[in-house]
Design a protein around this ligand. Sequence first.
Ligand code: SAH
Ligand code: SF4
Ligand code: F3S
Length: 454
Amino acid sequence: MAELTSISLNHPVKLQMGTFYVGVWGCQMNVYDADRIRDLMRAAGFVEKTEPQGADVIILVTCAVRAKAEDKVFNQLAAWRHQGVITKDTVVALGGCIGSELADQILKLDATVNIVFGPRTAHRLPNMIARCRTTGDKVVDVEANALEKFDALPEQGQRGASAFVTIMEGCSNKCSYCIVPYTRGEEESRPEQDILDEIVTHVAHGVKEIHLLGQNVNSYRGLTPEGTIGRFSSLLYEIAAIDGVERLRFTTSNPMEFGDDIIQAIADLPIIADSIHIPVQSGSDRILQLMRRNYTSDDYRTLIGKLRQARPNIYISTDIIVGFPGETDADFNETMRLVDDIKFDTSFSFIYSKRPGTPAAEMADEVPLEHKRQHLYTLQARLEEYATQYSQAMYGTRQRVLVEGVSRKNEHELKGRASNNRIVVFAGEPSLIGSLVDVDITQVMSHTLKGQLV
Ligand code: SAH
Ligand code: SF4
Ligand code: F3S
């Protein structure tokens, strides 16, 4: 498979290791890992393909948070095999969160998989591929220190207008339903200077918006250059001081540990975007306790009240799980009451999925699936109502939009995001991609807005 390319007198000879394709499922943390894998593979001499067809190496960075996420990847592998996309010569590397969850079980579940990697071992992929190619053996490598990969990965490549920056790995909260602490391991924060350096590199590449990532960003406790333990709020002030960072987002904030210092930073720093995602999971205190979330629905109401006082224009989105083991109609009504009190913007809601090895998997779960589905429909309809109201209220306003690219539907139009994260489409020249522009909103569709460049 190895071949020589670019043989010319003027250019150095580059060893081509073959082609690769990266597929990604899951949250932004997997998207970040997938981007870093692309940088790594290119640096190792592989050439990227945007389709899996014909790729020598197929790398799948996958999620494990709900059973559906797992089923999807195995169905995809079967379909690719059937279509001849995966042949006996293709090296298939399956990993991300599913890698550490299932480890060597994956090799039994799908015989085409050659390599299993975890969220912490992505940086070893070129090495695993070389081992697999030379020996023909299957490789399972899912364990490493949480921060090892950040030190081992090459410098960030080009990212466009906005870039994700992971500030911490893992999660130690161990909410009773959640598999993430077992797939990504115990929580560990990256040193402050490493994060700032990564952001400076992005800005040098033209990035305007930085999106910080962690399962629980407000519990960030990274080492500072002075040798002290930094807090999330101080990191926000440090980033805001970097020349060229024009917008700052962060995901995910747990309602727990959302201290007044963070609320103060949001009040002080206008570059923090007008939308914050704070998963509440349930409005019933009984269920929150069973979920081990360590806050009550009233704690959540108080937090949102403080945030809205600090930043009246803030848009709050959330995640909600319906049908947690033992959830009654009364519990669900409490969730609906909270939704009406807070009036969330565009949010996510899911039916509870039993994850092996989590404490909730041992709880009796007698609510019929059809009942859970009904609750999900009711909840989603209400969430949709509020999101639509927020969109409609944007009609006639002027929005600062970060231009991300050309619209998929019309090549003469550009698309970007307003500070509250709504997608805005408007007519404009591609030279505006990557910049912040003012757009007047002239038309409101359900989740997208149309506008006119000022
Ligand atoms: N760290 C974030 C959540 C990350 S997982 C936080 O605590 O807020 C993303 C979302 O997936 C969660 O907010 C939750 O709503 C959902 N989720 C996690 N485990 C789930 C499960 N077992 N079943 C259904 N949804 C789940
Ligand atoms: Fe999962 Fe809870 Fe950690 Fe979020 S805070 S990743 S829901 S264990
Ligand atoms: Fe999924 Fe892993 Fe994210 S399990 S939600 S991709 S941390």
